[in-house]
Design a protein around this ligand. Structure first.
Ligand SMILES: NC(=O)c1ccc[n+]([C@@H]2O[C@H](COP(=O)([O-])OP(=O)(O)OC[C@H]3O[C@@H](n4cnc5c(N)ncnc54)[C@H](O)[C@@H]3O)[C@@H](O)[C@H]2O)c1
Length: 333
């Protein structure tokens, strides 16, 4: 591979910084521009990563014909407009999850992306995590028989700040959406109905945003499989992401260890190990591998590994879950 892909990163907050760093480490990629509405942040990231150009205006990225690809890591409420501009200006797109805030927006943008044959990968990085990828391989190899039950647990160590919650779509669209995607991926079937309950257990401010800090969904798949998905902002002990796929001949557990470093401490009071503190530590490899896949697939002319339609499917499940939560009933998708 000789040609370098020139790209820009838009949105340089909690995750955007990691994407800019990871992209700048890929051999066949040049991050030519970083963009954030916060000038100080854009300047700081550019200087830290040795990137020559920074801007507060995404138009500078879209109007630059030499930029072939954009990584969009801005608040979810901004995704729709930025996706439209990226597609109109013929950039390949890496978009953080969720694809958009609403299903209506997701349908419109998916249609646009598919009609214009824009390359688009959605940031469902769990698919690239070595443990989830190995689980997928073992399920496909028939090692647990027919998959009949999915369990997903996604617990954050604390609530994000109010302005993040406000622009996130709520805990289902922000957190459970990862489980909706990975459940579809591992079970190889679409989710056909969902029944969601939720409560505010720790963060009263969530009520201002019609959000909850703990939710549980029961799901049914078209294949006949079922499952449950828990989402929480209340895991004071650390970042707790687990999954299990039960099959007719065995079960596969993913991420149950929760340890960060592979170190045990033994004293007279017992044996202990540390716990994963956050998403950037748990999915360190996955964030890097998903971008390698993004740029490699563009260069090699492959289809996207996680399409806009995958983003739409997961969002349809989220929307049904939010209706279920509000109306206290099972909702079909
Ligand atoms: N895949 C994952 O595990 C994961 C983890 C965290 C966040 N996310 C997703 O990433 C996105 C960003 O989340 P975050 O936690 O990094 O948020 P953040 O609030 O930390 O960062 C967002 C950044 O975007 C900037 N910004 C806002 N509007 C902009 C615009 N129009 N143009 C340019 N910059 C703009 C803000 O100034 C900020 O620096 C969200 O969609 C979120 O769902 C995904």
């Amino acid at each position: 591979m000789t040609a370098k892909i020139r790209c820009a990163v838009i949105g340089l907050g909690r995750l955007g910084y990691w994407h800019a760093l990871n992209a700048s480490r890929i051999q066949h990629v040049e991050v030519s521009t970083v963009c954030d509405v916060d000038l100080e942040r854009a300047e700081k990231v550019a200087s830290k990563l040795g990137i020559t150009r920074f801007t507060t205006n995404p138009e500078d990225v879209f109007q630059d014909e030499l930029i072939q690809a954009v990584i969009i890591t801005t608040p979810t409420s901004t995704h729709f407009d930025l996706l439209k501009k990226a597609s109109d200006t013929k950039k390949a797109i890496f978009i953080e999850k969720p694809l958009t805030l609403t299903v209506e927006e997701a349908k419109e943008i998916t249609k646009k992306i598919e009609l214009s044959q824009t390359f688009c990968q959605v940031g469902f990085m769990r698919r690239f995590d070595p443990a989830y990828a190995e689980a997928k391989r073992r399920i496909a190899a028939g090692d647990i028989g027919k998959p009949i039950y999915f369990r997903g647990v996604s617990r954050d160590p604390q609530a994000p700040p109010p302005d993040y919650i406000q622009n996130s779509g709520g805990i289902i669209t922000d957190v459970s959406i990862h489980d909706f995607d990975i459940a579809r991926f591992l079970i190889s079937s679409e989710i056909k109905s969902i029944d969601t309950k939720g409560s505010i257990l720790k963060y009263p401010f969530m009520s201002e945003y019609n959000d909850v800090d703990h939710a549980l969904s029961f799901i049914r798949f078209e294949s006949g499989a079922a499952g449950d998905i828990e989402a929480s902002r209340n895991a004071h002990y650390g970042y707790d992401i687990r999954a299990e796929v039960v099959g007719t001949e065995g079960t596969i557990q993913i991420g149950h260890d929760l340890r960060y470093h592979n170190v045990n401490v033994l004293t007279k009071s017992g044996k202990s190990h540390d716990i994963l503190p956050g998403f950037s530590e748990r999915f360190y490899d996955a964030y890097s591998l998903e971008l390698i896949a993004f740029f490699t697939d563009i260069l090699e002319g492959n289809n996207s590994a996680v399409t806009a339609r995958d983003g739409l499917k997961a969002l349809e499940v989220s929307e049904a879950a939010n209706i279920s939560l509000k109306e206290n009933r099972e909702v079909s998708i």
